[in-house]
Design a protein. Structure first.
Length: 362
């Protein structure tokens, strides 16, 4: 009997099934530990809506999400996963969750799955690479399906959403650490985190990076679709930013359509790689504003101690790099002192916000 031709569709399907079966076996063995760890992480998240859920309910919902992801990983069939993510989004909207909270939960679950694979297949780097790539694809699909369904659900019942938002806003105090609209850390918390992390970096001689990000031509989105849709676009970008970073990083709404991403234990090269991944992620995932609308961002990156030796200088250097990226044509990444970072042409997905002759702004 001849050897199997690995270039044929049948062989590729067989290999894909094999990876899925091995993935399922490893993750099902780690199921209880992963669910328990994730449930604990969600309950102790600052200002988390998960903290109000009974422990048994939280473990059950976490387990349901885990099982849906594992079934998709094993079989390569995503219809069930899409339906689950859409149903979960509708439920979380009714419960008053911020969009960022379930997206962070998905990101934490993805991280736990990848850790389980690396532990189980420590002596098989090829299997780890194939497995983690598959996990990333499937969890990313669940996150984007959830985000789109969340937006659809909020648009379908605007009155209920606004009422719940007013109730949540009424609970916030002047000492709140989160932005009301996006659920990200606010400017006040960013200033505290920046001071704390620069002190730590100086004391222990560790790297620290900062990326300043700004949505390109955001004024056109507001002018064309209205400010409520602009708010949804901000929430969309906020969710993608959270999905692009580690749990130890800080994603903050700096003001308007500008965001700050503080990256402890990260040098300039690593920060540029993160920024480019983030730029591509936002470019390739249109936001649903009644019609798909493509968004792009610019990011400026600076690092301690190479470009700055204190927090205010780090912000100034990253901000200068951001404006250099915008001046070079937008949808770019730039490093402090080095100019815009080249990248391939934008992906032709979605519909760009119209550019009327009267529109202006950054």
């Amino acid at each position: 009997m001849g050897k199997r031709d690995l270039n044929t569709p049948a062989a590729a399907s067989h290999a894909d099934d094999s990876v899925g079966q091995r993935l399922g076996a490893v993750l099902r063995c780690a199921r209880d530990d992963l669910i328990a760890g994730l449930a604990h992480t969600l309950r102790v998240m600052p200002d988390s809506s998960y903290a109000a859920q009974p422990p048994d309910t939280l473990r059950e919902s976490t387990g349901t999400a885990f099982d849906a992801l594992v079934r998709a990983l094993e079989a390569g069939e995503v219809r069930e996963l899409r339906a689950f993510a859409a149903d979960l989004a509708a439920e979380r909207v009714k419960q008053g969750f911020r969009l960022s909270e379930p997206l962070q939960a998905f990101a934490e679950l993805r991280s736990g799955m990848e850790h389980a694979l690396r532990s189980a297949w420590a002596n098989d780097p090829a299997a780890v690479l194939a497995g983690t790539q598959r996990v990333q694809r499937v969890v990313d699909l669940a996150m984007w399906t959830f985000a789109d369904a969340y937006v659809d659900a909020t648009m379908a019942d605007t009155a209920q959403y606004l009422q719940r938002l007013r109730e949540l806003n009424a609970q916030l105090t002047d000492e709140s650490t989160h932005d009301k609209l996006t659920g990200l850390y606010d400017r006040g918390y960013f200033d505290l985190a920046l001071a704390r992390e620069t002190r730590r970096a100086a004391r222990y001689n560790r790297p620290l990076a900062l990326a300043m990000a700004d949505i390109d031509h955001f004024k056109r989105v507001n002018d064309t679709y209205g400010h409520p849709m602009g708010d949804l676009a901000l929430q969309h970008v906020a969710g993608l930013l959270l999905g692009a970073v580690r749990a130890t990083d800080y994603v903050c709404r700096y003001g308007g359509e500008e965001f700050a991403i503080l990256l402890p234990e990260t040098n300039l090269g690593q920060a540029l790689a993160m920024a480019e991944r983030t730029r591509r992620s936002i470019e390739s995932r249109p936001v649903n504003l009644g019609t798909p609308v493509s968004l792009t961002i610019c990011l400026g990156v600076a690092a301690y101690p190479d470009q700055a030796t204190d927090g205010p200088t780090l912000v100034a250097q990253a901000d200068a790099a951001l404006y250099a990226a915008k001046a070079a044509g937008r949808n770019r990444v730039a490093a402090a002192g080095t100019g815009p970072h080249p990248h391939p042409p934008p992906l032709p997905q979605g519909r760009e916000a119209p550019s009327p002759c009267t529109a202006g702004g950054p």
